[in-house]
Design a protein around this ligand. Sequence first.
Ligand code: UT7
Length: 324
Amino acid sequence: MKSQILGTGSYVPPKILTNTDLEKIVDTSDTWIVDRTGIHERRIAEPGEACSDLGIRASESALANAGIAAQDLDMILVATCTGDYPLPSTACLIQHRLGATRAAACDIAAACCGFVYALSIANAYIKAGYRYVLVVGAEVMSAITDWSDRNTCVLFGDGAGATVVGRSEGEAGILSLHLHADGRLADLICVPGGGSSRPASQTILDERLPYVKMRGNETFKIAVKTMEEAVREALAANELTINDIDCFVPHQANIRILKAVAERLKLPLEKTAINLDRFGNTSAASIPLALDEAVKTGKVQPGNLVLLAAFGSGLTWASGVLRW
Ligand code: UT7
């Protein structure tokens, strides 16, 4: 028995932060940001608008799209690194607001790979007998962004995407998922303060440690290599060639990464779902956001083969192949 994505949904906050706006905050330029990242603008949550606020809207939309009632959910998984609180989980907050009283709920911490990791857990539970699992990727990256650091503040954005996963009745379904991690490179992308290693204090704040730090250039090179490897592993596992893929939905970190990966794989860039130009890097939300858009705009059609690939802090990387 296979599992299948039965419905998708997404939500981004209305407030747009353009590159020109950022020029007023740090020493940067629209030209640098567009040339080096492909990002033109990103969405930013309002003060007090938290991860669960974005996640609930994406979830309601995915449930409506799937035609599934919240009461029928067996489990809610929220992939995020910017949950409302260290505890309780954002998944529990969403469970309550949806009225999904039967559903177990927890968050998944695998940074930008979180959605694919969560999808693999949903897949396993559906195969084990659960009927419906809600998988959400939701981030308020603006809450962990150092707005005085031009190396990172131009990159991230806020948003949420959600999918309802259930049993497959036919050909459509999740064909494979592969997950990887290498903790030796944990310090490439990290938030060094605010956790139990260096708990919240005035010193931690003064040193700007509760914010994302990234060694961008090193990360870039590893991202291209591991995304390519992840795709090749996924294709080999399904005895597919890149020509069989109808739509590639990758994690959205940098247009140069996506172009380099597409070039190495000999995949036409037109087959890639891209949203980073409008939303920036939304971490765990980027794939479900891009997938929802690809489905709703017809870039993904019934019967199509959809390829997912993600890369992020941890380091973690992952891939998936879906028959839509
Ligand atoms: O989602 C998780 C995975 N994340 C990624 O995969 C991100 C991967 N990394 C990247 O996307 C890129 O490395 C960045 C976009 C972060 C940076 O681009 P880069 O081409 O690797 O630039 P760089 O870090 O090598 O910096 C080049 C120059 C530096 O100046 P100097 O030292 O050469 O004088 C930086 O200070 O660009 C400078 N710079 C900026 N200039 C204007 C860095 N950020 C900015 C900025 N505006 N915002």
